[in-house]
Design a protein around this ligand. Structure first.
Ligand SMILES: [Ca+2]
Ligand SMILES: [Ca+2]
Length: 140
């Protein structure tokens, strides 16, 4: 299976990303107390989503063992807390194991960030498909 890090896009982005990532991480996250100056550096909606993705991952990956990877327990916690509806709508008791196996493309029994975003991308695509279907049915 081709992973995200194998793709040309990621290596192209990698060249540009150091400065970009630095700026993204320095941006204020507490939108409640912005000074006029910091408004200039407020992340766009998409940048905010990217930033949130990174932060959510690290909130869970840092709990046990390798702090840059999710073990099965950490993955389960993340899914339970962050994708509540997704998990509760599935009746399969082996679901976390199955997700883990599917995502773990390098078979080190952990889910790193590259592997994690595959899940987020797949769910986002599925949601978008649903959204488009709804729009079509409305005749828009
Ligand atoms: Ca970990
Ligand atoms: Ca892995």
């Amino acid at each position: 299976m081709k992973t995200l890090s194998d793709s040309n896009l990621v290596s192209v982005c990698g060249v540009l990303s150091k400065e970009y990532a630095f700026r993204l991480c320095r941006r204020p996250l507490d939108f409640g107390c912005l000074s006029p100056q910091s408004l200039i550096t407020m992340p766009t909606q998409l940048e905010g989503a990217m930033d949130a993705l990174i932060r959510v991952f690290h909130n869970y990956s840092g709990n046990e063992g390798d702090k840059f990877k999710l073990n099965k327990g950490e993955l389960k916690q993340l899914l339970n807390s962050e994708l509540t509806d997704f998990l509760t709508s599935q009746k399969d008791p082996m679901l976390v194991e199955k997700i883990m196996n599917d995502l773990d493309s390098n078979k080190d029994n952990e889910v790193d960030f590259n592997e994690f975003v595959v899940l987020v991308a797949a769910l986002t695509v599925a949601c978008n498909d649903f959204f488009q279907e709804q729009q079509k049915n409305k005749g828009n």
